[in-house]
Design a protein around this ligand. Structure first.
Ligand code: FMN
Length: 190
């Protein structure tokens, strides 16, 4: 394998101190420490209009093309969504809807690329419905779900005000997910 792997994280919420974004950043820092080039797409900074395909035309926003080019050129991904009413947030899903414009790329969508998933919920024992939805999203995009993908309950209680993770078991799970996404990306890179 020549050159660094490129692994992109997409997630967070629209809130200023998003615990989902902090958790995503922690996983991405682990991936970067292993040796990958990393990019983080913060949902808060991606203010695309609601996705519509009525004319099959992308909105004339260069940020959409920029994001699609980042996705196409990435070897692996980490997706992180908060749990809103038992599923992914609308803001996260809207960004994913734009992936439909990857249908005519070679290969299309996320074909054969690994994706680590993080569902961050507020309730103590929650996030599993969201994780299941995220698995379905990755499968529909022809990607490969990393087996250590995780649902995190009480997510906001596990993040310090400075964004660092305050619980060792969660740190370990994120490290394992990071190692897995890196390993799968290196094995699946064509
Ligand atoms: C609109 C909305 C809906 C939510 N629905 C759920 C839910 O169904 N289950 C749950 O456990 N937490 C729910 N929560 C709590 C969030 O999942 C939780 O606070 C999450 O960590 C927020 O992530 P953030 O800090 O990145 O914004 C909801 C929060 C909001 C704002």
């Amino acid at each position: 394998m020549s050159g660094k792997l490129k692994i992109t994280g997409i997630g967070g919420s629209l809130e200023q101190n998003s615990s989902t974004l902090a958790i995503l950043k922690s996983a991405m820092a682990e991936i970067s420490a292993i040796g990958a080039e990393t990019v983080i797409i913060d949902i808060k900074e991606v203010s695309f209009p609601l996705c519509s395909f009525s004319k099959g035309i992308k909105p004339d926003i260069s940020a959409v093309d920029d994001m699609l080019n980042i996705i196409s050129s990435s070897d692996g991904f980490v997706f992180a969504s908060p749990e809103y009413h038992g599923t992914v947030s609308a803001a996260f899903k809207n960004v994913i809807d734009y992936f439909e414009f990857l249908s005519d790329r070679t290969p299309p969508y996320l074909t054969g690329k690994p994706v680590g998933l993080i569902a961050a919920a507020g309730a103590e024992n929650a996030g599993f419905g969201t994780l299941e939805t995220m698995i379905n999203i990755v499968h529909s995009l022809r990607g490969i779900v990393a087996p250590s993908s995780l649902a995190i309950g009480s997510a906001n209680k596990l993040v310090h005000a400075d964004g660092s993770i305050n619980e060792d078991p969660l740190k370990r799970k994120l490290k394992r997910l990071a190692e897995e996404v890196y390993f799968l990306s290196s094995k699946l890179k064509s």
